[in-house]
Ligand binder design. Sequence first.
Ligand SMILES: Cc1cc2nc3c(=O)[nH]c(=O)nc-3n(C[C@H](O)[C@H](O)[C@H](O)COP(=O)(O)OP(=O)(O)OC[C@H]3O[C@@H](n4cnc5c(N)ncnc54)[C@H](O)[C@@H]3O)c2cc1C
Ligand SMILES: Cc1cc2nc3c(=O)[nH]c(=O)nc-3n(C[C@H](O)[C@H](O)[C@H](O)COP(=O)(O)O)c2cc1C
Length: 782
Amino acid sequence: MKVHVIGGGPAGLYFAILMKKAWPQTRITVFERNKPDDTFGFGVVFSDQTLAGFESYDLETYRQIVGHFAYWDDIEIHFRGSTFRIGGNGFCGTSRTMLLKILGRRAHSLGIELKYGSEADPERATTRGADLVVASDGINSRTREAFKDKFNPTTELRPNYFCWMGSDRPMDAFNFFFKETSHGIFIAHCYQYQPGRSTWVMETDPETFGRAGLDTLDEAASAQFLEGVFAEELLGHKLITNRSLWRNFPTIRCEKWTAENVVLIGDAKATAHFSIGSGTKLAMEDAIALYEAFRFTGGRDVKPALARFESARREEVEKTQHSADVSLVWFEHVRRFWDMDPTRFAFGLMTRSKAITYDNLALRAPEFVKLTDKVVARDTQALGFEVDTANPAAPMFQPFRLRDMTLANRVVVSPMCQYSAKDDGIPNDWHMVHYGSRAIGGAGLMFTEMTDVAKDARISPGCTGIYDDTQEAGWKRIVDFVHANSGTKFCLQLGHAGRKGSTRLMWDGIDEPLPDGNWPIVAASPLPYYPHSQVPRAMTPADMDATIADYVQAVQRADRAGFDMVELHAAHGYLLASFISPLTNKRTDEYGGALENRLRFPLEVFRAMRKTWPADKPMSVRISATDWQDGGLTGDDAVAVARDFAEAGCDLIDVSTGQTTPDAEPIYGRMYQTPFSDQIKNDAGLATMCVGAITSADQVNTIIAAGRADLVALARPHLVDPSFTMKAAAWYGAEDIACPKQYRAGKDQLFRNSEREREDLTELRLKAKPKTHATTWKQAAE
Ligand SMILES: Cc1cc2nc3c(=O)[nH]c(=O)nc-3n(C[C@H](O)[C@H](O)[C@H](O)COP(=O)(O)OP(=O)(O)OC[C@H]3O[C@@H](n4cnc5c(N)ncnc54)[C@H](O)[C@@H]3O)c2cc1C
Ligand SMILES: Cc1cc2nc3c(=O)[nH]c(=O)nc-3n(C[C@H](O)[C@H](O)[C@H](O)COP(=O)(O)O)c2cc1C
């Protein structure tokens, strides 16, 4: 087989090495436009895990690599006068030049033809008789462009500016330096890659970039400017430049990575922001994956191998790109966290991309997590609570207060329709058992399902209501049980289904119209949810008055039933959400148009409720922070919406998303809605509750400690595990959790077992200390 590799970077060279080793008869030529000694960039980094992979693929290069790499374990975060040193991160660095030399020498020794100083024309390369063309020609890939109709690439230019520089300042940790100047904030991501040499990736937002006049400075002047910004951190050392031009990071994605006998690998195919580690790692892992695809398919035929590469590698690359996106967004919004306590800021930085969590960090850097726990406890103490700050409970077990309502912990049972009332809307024995058991499970707060303010306001015939005396009495029976047998506070979620009303029970077809027995529905505008749904009537001023009156009477009943809190449901495309979203509100009166107008009716409802609801009891509003659709609500809109509700007396913003239209394209993933809560909490300074794909106590602790939300709601996990909070309390040793006397023997056993499990796990982890693949800087110096 004849293979042409375009680009002798890490991806191309490593692939050539692996192929040639496995199939020595393969004729491989690498075309590299640079000379062997030309190289841009400074250091590259690999984790221990990546090095372990290299060890198993090519021992020769692995030995060379670890021989020239040095290792560090710690990350140092320097923020507003505080420094945090966080261990257990296991990374190695070397210079890019050294890595390319190692790979080049190895390729040469295996008989691979290396044509340096040779610019390949991608279109000709494919026709020059090669059976396989590997396009590893980097971020500005000419091959990707030449065949763009086949690869369908997209490039998203991020707003922040960055440039790669170096320095001769030694350092024994990965350093993040955050500096505020009169122009704005500058960030330096730094690590040593050889004795006396460190990489400095500089980053700043576009406004700061403009104010500092960096667009008018050349490379040397930029370096001089940054030497001023980071004078303290450079410790008298200079910055070194090497094609150190300011750029916007391009996130590149391709719909297809292969076209006939051409395959894109490395940066040519997909990029991941530098803040989650080296692009070099991804590039070399692509090389491994492509080689593996040939091995899997027998190494002879190109087509099946490329198909295998495309299918086997894509998920991993997309996952990495997603983590990188989350990470880069954190750096883009660093201003949002600027006033945070430095410890919680550092915790937020460490856990920004979801790969590292509270539990994970507690194993790597127990002292730092203990410090974070203490700071969270101190912040709780500042709210007026008597909490143990010397031996604090885990963040999720810190109390919280909304008006006069105190919550024992930060876990919330999210509202969940049970579709189990008869046509009368009365909560029955199902609801008693459902809510009763979840309250006994120990969550600090529990929401009812969306409970409707009028018969025609229901989603389905199975929905509960609170518009007559029997329903009120039904709810009171459950509220009394919850209060008598648990420490859980109980919030009634009040709603009106709007255009999503008169639909089937969830298990018969969610949002689908009833086959018969439909009732009339109203909305902001006469737009059906599905084309085949009932067309709602646009609300008239008289309808609005009547609906406000319904909400007010529901609130009066809620108070009489003994609820601790009420929530206004203004999310998920229901009546009030249909006013807020521009996708569903097409009105031309004062209730349509600008956001201020679209919010008018929901705010009128909220104010009327707030006036009626006792002043010492809190209220929340659930919003859809984004519609996940072009032309719909965005996170920035959600901040404005949240501010307006807060001004009207809302104590907590319950941050959900979507479900406005069936055409939305949500991006799901672990904790996928939490960034919106983070934005509202930290941009608007409001108390928030997040929800959505949060499944573990570890995630709850991560969110609370990083200050991304004040409360964390879980819906589906509570359906299968009413005792989620009790189990978490046992795991983290939070003894104070409320438990009815009938169940105490169970609680005691659970706590004892959890303690034993924790001890066993610690012992196991201590025994299984992972192998370190390179020497530390200290060892290297010796
Ligand atoms: C200015 C800059 C500095 C960087 N510094 C660092 C750093 O310090 N540390 C780090 O970890 N990462 C750094 N990176 C990112 C890192 O280089 C990449 O993520 C990684 O090298 C990707 O490997 P690759 O093999 O896919 O592409 P590359 O390493 O970019 O290799 C592509 C190669 O293809 C060659 N090429 C392109 N077109 C042709 C053609 N038509 N014919 C022949 N040859 C061609 C190029 O000369 C290049 O050598 C830097 C990136 C840039 C742009
Ligand atoms: C069965 C079910 C019923 C739901 N009913 C409601 C509801 O009545 N009101 C509401 O605001 N959200 C409702 N939701 C949404 C949840 O409160 C929550 O926002 C969503 O399920 C995401 O959280 P999760 O990933 O923890 O399940 C419901 C979800 C489920 C699974």
